[in-house]
Design a protein around this ligand. Structure first.
Ligand code: UDX
Length: 440
């Protein structure tokens, strides 16, 4: 089988590399010549564990290739995946579909025989219909089907998520298109991955409903965490206690500084807008969006309070700036608002992140970027863990005390044991658990 992947962002590149690993011939197309040159050289435009090896291996075996020429890339493809970006449109929160529609037009011009055109980008309900209309308008006599096939991969574990998904969702009523999609996903079908066949609109909505549900679950536990702090309860025990109920489930109940990333903030907002336009606002989703946005500022206030309410002449060390570990992605990362909040209150910020600093430097001003965690903590009045990179999970507490000006830790990811940290002589503040070491 042969597929073309339009767009070499997270979704397109990972999906393309993974399909080629299944033995499918994949051509990834992107307009960005620099990106294509890098990929042909075996260098990745994003940091994603395992991706580079997969790309190099499949380029060498001849199953994976890259081009900027869409016409050449889609030639002979059984299926063409549209995996271009759908960022939030400035001002109104709607997903910006201009790249999707432009790709549809270009694909239509290049097609020769029956082809399945698949939307893999997260697109609002009704986008498939519009893509179909554009292709039919451009090429009135062409045989084709437009299928929705959303991707559920997480950054940092994208390859594993693609290779071992919980389910595959395929939105089309065409038997011919269903058969091609079934063949493409045959290796996953063999490992008994459930495949949900449904209508295009339903498939489009499934993606938004899934991401919004997860964002709601996180926001729920974050609010419970705030309550825990006030009533002397422990949010991690609450999460375990409710998560063991099979109807609730244990995943995505980790309290923290609020969700970020390229998907949850954008998709919650886009779903809220879709619902408003349909005349049926989703009040829960509207609230989730607001609570999560407020939470980031609230986290800066938490740090300021931990430092005794005045940080105007203090230095705060920040460990981790990406929205989650194992990525260099800074999109909607809580660190952005937290650092801005600390700086507004007059603090000097020193920071370290294993992968995100290059990207972060373009977004954050006046931060002293450091070579490692201890350098970031040198002379700091407090340290805040914003992203739970593994290398921050076993910091040398003795060394921290030696380099820091005062022993205060604000752990926004709950990666340490409160009593152990207090015993080591720190004041320790986390999320949804009692502060420790603060007896004086
Ligand atoms: C998410 C979805 O999980 C994925 O299915 C979809 O395709 C894209 O969006 P991703 O954004 O890569 O994936 O990261 P994810 O691991 O879901 O985390 C998103 C945000 O939620 C991060 O900021 C993370 O720190 C936060 N989070 C996650 C929590 O605060 N608590 C949790 O329990 C889980």
């Amino acid at each position: 089988m042969r597929v073309a992947m339009i767009g070499t962002g997270y979704v397109g590149l990972v999906s393309g590399a993974c399909f080629s690993e299944f033995g499918v011939d994949v051509t990834c197309v992107d307009k960005d010549q620099v990106k294509i040159d890098m990929l042909e050289d075996g260098r990745m435009p994003i940091y994603e564990p395992g991706l580079e090896e997969l790309v190099i291996k499949n380029v060498a075996s001849g199953h994976l290739s890259f081009t900027t020429d869409l016409k050449e890339g889609v030639h002979g493809a059984d299926a063409i995946f549209i995996a271009v970006g759908t960022p939030s449109r400035r001002g109104d929160g709607h997903a910006d579909l201009s790249y999707v529609y432009e790709a549809a037009r270009e694909i239509a011009e290049a097609l020769r025989d029956y082809t399945v055109v698949v939307t893999k980008s997260t697109v609002p309900v009704g986008t498939g219909r519009e893509v179909e209309r554009i292709i039919a308008e451009t090429r009135p006599n062409l045989e084709f089907d437009v299928v929705s096939n959303p991707e559920f991969l997480r950054e940092g574990s994208a390859i594993e998520d693609f290779m071992r998904p919980d389910r595959i969702v395929i939105g089309t009523k065409s038997d011919r298109a269903q058969e091609i999609m079934r063949q493409l996903y045959r290796p996953l079908y063999l490992i008994e991955t459930p495949i949900v066949f449904t209508s295009r609109q339903t498939s489009e909505l499934i993606k938004y409903a899934a991401n919004t549900f997860l964002a709601t679950k996180i926001t729920f536990i974050n609010e419970i965490a705030d309550l825990c702090e006030l009533v002397e309860a422990d949010v991690q025990d609450v999460a375990r206690g409710i998560g063991l109920d099979g109807r609730i489930g244990r995943k995505f109940l980790h309290a923290g500084p609020g969700y970020g990333g390229s998907c949850f903030p954008k998709d919650t907002l886009a779903l809220a807008r879709t619902a408003q336009e349909a005349g049926r606002p989703l009040r829960i989703v509207d609230t989730v969006v607001k609570v999560n946005a407020d939470r980031k500022t609230q986290m800066a206030e938490k740090i300021i309070a931990a430092c005794g309410d005045d940080i105007s002449s203090k230095t705060i060390a920040i460990l981790g700036v990406t929205f989650k570990p194992n990525t260099d992605d800074m999109r909607e990362s809580p660190s952005i608002d937290i650092i801005a909040g600390l700086q507004r209150a007059g603090a000097k910020v020193r920071a370290y992140d294993p992968e995100g600093m290059q990207e972060a430097q373009t977004l954050l001003d006046n931060v002293q970027w450091c070579d490692d965690a201890y350098q970031a903590m040198a002379g700091a009045h407090a340290v805040t863990i914003v992203t739970e990179w593994n290398q921050f999970r076993a910091l040398d507490l003795q060394r921290m005390k030696e380099v820091m000006r005062s022993p205060i830790i604000v752990d926004l990811r709950n990666i340490y044991n409160p009593s152990e940290i207090a015993e080591a002589g720190f004041r320790y503040y986390s999320v949804g658990r009692a502060a420790t070491g603060c007896a004086d």
